[in-house]
Design a protein around this ligand. Structure first.
Ligand code: GTP
Ligand code: MG
Length: 249
């Protein structure tokens, strides 16, 4: 497995070299205390070590999707690889309160870009974009506003004008999955093995865009409700995927 395609950089290789008895891996999925990680040897199921478990104080001390971790191979006992440590994060997208009280949860780590997805239908809401922008800036990753469903919008200039007041200096990409528009612009941010996250309300079309970039239906998508243009939380888990063209999401 070529970890470069999963975002591995020289800096991470150097940091990992401090732990010669352990193997480098990146967290691709989290299911409670079970992790799926990708290592040079392939996909592994992993758990944190007993020592890790006892020294971790806060939720944020535990691995999150996107983290680079040091592991030892699966043991005969339980067939799981063991995660011994997390390498320092370059960015961390948080849900809930950041800081020392431990209330925050890491949505994803080591992101280059956060795609803030907002649909151009009746659900369009500048205040919500503003809230996501705050979270994205605090993460240390670069926010990009991704406007979805352009095919449903009749007043794009008006909406772009509203946005420009809250999104100074932030790139805006207008997409329509239906008309196959915007993908090339999105790829600018996923090229060169960069890691991006898609955030935004249910039903804005995150899974649809990811499927489009992946060139296959990785995620199920679902019709939104007609009365309020909102979705029904079709995708309820997070996953690090390797794009066919390089780049992760
Ligand atoms: N007209 C139009 N519909 C779209 C577009 N993109 C997505 N949709 C539709 O919007 C609905 C919701 O899309 P999803 O991709 O499931 O939305 P999501 O953001 O992944 O939603 P959750 O998984 O619930 O968070 C689906 O019926 C899609 O077909 C678009 O560009 N134009
Ligand atoms: Mg989805």
């Amino acid at each position: 497995m070529n970890l470069t395609e999963y975002g591995l950089t020289n800096h991470i290789i150097q940091t990992a070299a401090e732990f010669p008895n352990e193997q480098l891996a990146r967290v691709t999925e989290q299911h409670r205390d079970l992790y799926q990680v990708i290592a040079e040897t392939g996909i592994l199921q992993a758990q944190v070590s007993g020592k890790f478990q006892h020294t971790a104080l806060m939720t944020t001390d535990f691995p999150a999707v996107g983290d680079w971790v040091m592991v030892t191979p699966p043991t005969a006992e339980n067939g799981q690889a063991i995660i011994h440590r997390i390498l320092p994060r370059t960015s961390a997208l948080m849900r809930g309160a950041a800081g020392s009280d431990g209330a925050g949860q890491i949505i994803a780590a080591n992101l280059d870009t956060v795609f803030i997805c907002m649909s151009l239908n009746a659900d369009f809401n500048v205040r919500r974009v503003e809230r996501y922008l705050t979270i994205a800036w605090e993460s240390g990753a670069m926010p990009v506003i991704v406007l979805t469903k352009a095919d449903l919008c009749e007043d794009l200039p008006q909406k772009l004008a509203e946005l420009s007041e809250v999104a100074i200096g932030v790139d805006v990409v207008t997409c329509s999955a239906k008309q196959n528009e915007g993908y090339e612009q999105l790829r600018q941010y996923t090229d060169n093995n960069q890691t991006v996250a898609f955030v935004g309300s249910s039903g804005v079309g995150k899974s649809t865009l990811i499927n489009g970039l992946m060139g296959q239906d990785v995620f199920a998508t679902k019709e939104i409700r007609e009365d309020d243009d909102k979705g029904r939380h079709t995708t309820t888990f997070r996953q690090l995927l390797k794009l066919p063209t390089g780049g992760e999401s």
